[in-house]
Design a protein around this ligand. Structure first.
Ligand code: SAH
Length: 351
């Protein structure tokens, strides 16, 4: 049947899936947990390291199975150490970026879910790539494993994950949800659902599917506009699922998970950043328990938007705060290494 040199890839399998696969190949089920510990806890990429398995078991495992490891093609660190950008290469040559942010005791990894993105939000660099392909669960979790190892080497630990890298996580939801479950494993990355955020440009059926899947991760919605007319213009996905439908789905998710939704709002100078826009934003979302995260636009190549000045940012934020809503500004870390929100692009591919 299958050729003998095609090995079954096991990174990205949940422990119970791994047990099933192993027992199908004639191994004892409990080997699944042992291997998952090595793979997701210690970051092992070869069976040779798994010293609690017999030599013969290790040899048989290596004959049949492989353990994916993304190649770290480059690492770039902001001069103040607040952001570290990783360029990862996959076995087929496709490349993605992940960004590690360090702030106080918090170590947050911004993880990619797709190579490129099909949604074409006009202010975002990743949108310019189009969709190249979805990532597998193994490729998603490996970003976490590798960044975590990088931190361990410095005596630090990863505390949070945000699915805010390249791609639209809800368009690759089954893979994302396997990866986020692996993130939970107490012998693995051990990141609780409260410290995992899935961010969406507004894929309404995906939000409902996320409720069905039932893992209570945090949800962020990239709202970015207060009217359908403007949102249609900057985010084509809005033509399919307009603001009201998106807010209804967000409200349903909030009830499901019991925690506040985050609304992200990219400030585009002169377009959506006035005090009146801030008031409209408050009116729109106030029915939903939420926080607002304002992101001043980070410049990308070839886009003619402006980043608002500091006074405009502060006036916007103050207006939201005066309405007694929780609001924060995300001054993206790592813009000097183009690791800020919306700046991730496969540019290094040509380097
Ligand atoms: N597709 C998902 C995940 C990407 S998250 C989503 O849209 O939510 C990326 C976040 O950065 C989104 O909130 C997006 O609105 C924001 N963003 C995109 N381009 C940006 C830019 N150039 N400057 C600042 N924020 C940007």
């Amino acid at each position: 049947m299958g050729s003998t040199d095609t090995k079954t890839e096991i990174k990205g399998l949940l422990p119970e899936q791994l047990e099933d696969v192993l027992s199908k190949h004639g191994f004892k089920r409990f080997r699944g947990r042992q291997i998952a510990r090595w793979m997701y806890g210690r970051g092992s990429t070869s069976f040779g390291e798994m010293t609690n398995l017999s030599m013969s078991a290790r040899a048989r495992l290596s004959d049949r199975f492989s353990i994916l490891s993304l190649e770290c093609a480059a690492v770039e660190e902001a001069s103040d150490g607040s952001a570290i950008k990783f360029l990862f290469q996959m076995p087929d040559g496709a490349r993605i970026e992940s960004v590690l942010m360090r702030e106080g005791k918090r170590r947050t990894l911004c993880v990619s879910s797709q190579v490129g993105c099909p949604l074409d939000c006009h202010f975002c660099a990743t949108g310019k790539m189009g969709l190249i392909r979805n990532l597998t669960p193994g490729e998603i979790i490996d970003q976490v494993i590798l960044a975590r190892q990088h931190l361990t080497d410095r005596g630090e630990d990863l505390t949070n994950v945000v699915m805010m890298g390249m791609g639209e996580p809800l368009l690759n939801l089954e893979a994302v949800s396997v990866a986020t479950r692996i993130m939970n494993l107490d012998y693995g990355p051990s990141i609780s659902n409260r410290r995992i955020t899935v961010s969406t440009a507004g894929h309404v059926p995906g939000i409902h599917r996320l409720i069905e899947i039932g893992q209570k991760v945090m949800l962020a919605i990239s709202l970015n506009a207060t009217t359908d007319a403007f949102r249609n213009e900057i985010m084509p996905i809005n033509r399919k699922w307009p603001i009201e439908a998106l807010l209804d789905a967000s409200a349903a998710y909030q009830v499901f998970n019991g925690r506040r939704i985050t609304f992200e709002y990219v400030l585009l100078g002169g377009l959506n950043d006035s005090v009146d826009h801030a008031r409209d934003l408050v009116k729109l979302v106030r029915r939903i328990p939420c926080k607002i995260n304002v992101i001043p636009w980070n410049p990308i190549e070839g886009e003619a938007y402006d980043r608002p000045d500091e006074a405009t940012i502060q006036a916007f934020v103050q207006t939201v705060a005066d309405a007694l809503m929780t609001v924060t500004v995300r001054y993206s870390k790592g813009t000097e290494i183009t690791a800020g929100c919306g700046q991730l692009y496969q540019k290094w591919a040509e380097a």
